[in-house]
Write a protein that binds this ligand. Structure first.
Ligand SMILES: O=C(O)[C@H](O)[C@@H](O)[C@H](O)[C@H](O)COP(=O)(O)O
Length: 260
């Protein structure tokens, strides 16, 4: 594995500028080589930190293909939805074509909601339809181009929770062992809401570039383990690109305990 590139900034404004620099560079390179830029975005504080400076940059937005690294199984206009958050913080401010922003399928929601009134098995069945639909969306963008076992994103932007989770992959969860599927359903997320879908570890690890963004003192201890303990089994520590590059964008509060 390539050693991670850890970048620390005195404040989130400077972090956002440097993150935008990387995204602009990767977008230009990918468009030059593949005539498109495939990116996966996460929720949390990331969309705001991403958009802060990027929204003013000169970018071929019409070449972007955007997926969600994880998504909560709620309607797209629900305040828990990662799409809703990204729309408010980012998409509303840049001209990415709407049909190149790949959301979970809203028409599959009524049956999920109906299943929720029945039993766990019915919920799982309805959730699997959402998973399959999202995988089809990935196939529509990636399979004919790469013809590989896993999609290869140009860039995945990830957050990390104080427990070491990333996407909706949580510590000690059996989903960490998934090594075939591209998208997985989790019905027992320890962080609400409980029902979500998430990219699996192999999808994450096949990306050309992965950038984690973490800020604030609440991340100090977990970052020390993830970045410095080579034996750590925390989900974010299992993000180890097969051949791609791994970046960390931290503010000084989050990076305080690291030996850099
Ligand atoms: O789905 C979720 O519950 C959140 O999106 C979560 O995974 C978040 O990305 C991390 O906890 C980092 O969040 P912050 O960047 O806001 O600390």
């Amino acid at each position: 594995m390539n050693a991670p590139n850890v970048h620390t900034f005195p404040n989130t404004q400077k972090l956002s500028v440097s993150l935008a620099d990387l995204v602009v560079k990767l977008s230009e390179e990918s468009i030059e080589i593949r005539d498109r830029f495939t990116i996966g975005i996460s929720g949390g504080s990331l969309p705001k930190l991403l958009a802060a400076d990027l929204k003013n940059r000169d970018i071929e937005w019409e070449k972007w293909e955007v997926f969600f690294c994880d998504e909560r199984l709620v309607p797209l206009d629900h305040e828990d939805s990662n799409y809703f958050l990204c729309k408010k913080e980012f998409f509303d401010q840049v001209p990415i074509p709407q049909d190149q922003i790949y959301t979970i399928e809203p028409s599959l929601f009524p049956q999920l909601e109906e299943a929720a009134r029945k039993d766990k098995e019915a919920v799982e069945e309805a959730a699997l339809e959402i998973v399959e639909d999202y995988e089809k969306k990935l196939i529509s963008v990636f399979a004919t181009v790469n013809s590989v076992k896993f999609p290869v994103f140009d860039l995945l932007l990830l957050g990390v929770g104080p427990d070491g989770h990333t996407c909706s992959l949580f510590p000690d969860h059996p989903l960490l062992d998934e090594n075939v599927g591209w998208v997985a359903y989790i019905g027992d997320s320890p962080k609400p809401p409980p029902r979500r879908i998430t990219f699996t570890l192999p999808v994450i690890n096949h990306a050309h570039n992965i950038a984690f963004v973490a800020t604030g003192e609440g991340k100090q201890d977990v970052l020390k383990e993830i970045i410095e303990d080579t034996e750590s089994k925390l989900p974010a520590a299992l993000v180890q690109p097969v051949t791609g590059k791994l970046y960390w964008f931290l503010d000084s509060a989050a990076a305080t305990k690291l030996i850099l």
